[in-house]
Design a binder for this molecule. Structure first.
Ligand SMILES: [Zn+2]
Length: 193
């Protein structure tokens, strides 16, 4: 996995692009969930302590990294945390799609790493593990003690190059497009009066 922080960074960036303005009343929970949800799949590390083998569907990078898990979690999150509207409302369907994507982004990123086991994208239906054929992301150190070693620092450098930098560039482009649109609309409204 990339470090949990990088997964969450992508969630927050996605939230920024998706736009929290639509959910004024639920803004705080939207942001907290955008930060937490992309890291949820790694809760499966608990399996290590329970003696579940890595290759088992309940093991690390198993079912919690699947598209099915992302969808089920997103539906539950929408029902529990955004219940002021019906699940079938346009806003809540959008929210469910958004959370499915940011939770699924975790497994997709893991598929670009250069170590560990493959990802069970299609569990529980097909439990085979997959990787993408392009693996620029260095696999993160799972042992917290190794985090502040040279190896840990290499992982951070690698994630900065491949994840943070592109994310920052996308956010800047998004901000420019947003601002240009706003100005354009202001001019249009002024001329319309
Ligand atoms: Zn993972």
């Amino acid at each position: 996995m990339p470090t949990g922080f990088s997964h969450s960074l992508l969630g927050v960036a996605a939230g920024k692009i998706f736009g929290s303005e639509r959910f004024k009343k639920t803004k705080i929970r939207f942001w907290i969930l955008s930060f937490i949800c992309p890291s949820l799949p790694d809760l499966d590390v608990i399996g290590y302590y329970l003696g579940i083998p890595y290759a088992h569907v309940m093991g690390h990078r198993g079912i919690t990294h699947s598209l099915f898990f992302a969808l089920i979690m997103a539906i539950l999150i929408t029902i529990i945390f955004f219940r002021s509207e019906k699940f079938s409302s346009k806003n809540n369907l959008l929210i469910a799609t958004y959370f499915t994507l940011i939770i699924a982004s975790h497994g997709l990123l893991d598929g670009f790493t250069n170590g560990g086991h493959g990802i069970a994208y299609f569990a529980p239906f097909i439990n085979d593990r997959y990787f993408f054929s392009f693996n620029p992301l260095q696999v993160a150190v799972l042992n917290p003690k190794k985090f502040f070693t040279e190896q840990g620092f290499d992982v951070l450098k690698n994630e900065f190059m491949w994840l943070w930098l592109p994310t920052i560039i996308i956010l800047i482009i998004n901000a420019i497009v947003h601002r240009t649109n706003k100005k354009f609309n202001e001019i249009k409204n002024r001329n319309g009066k």
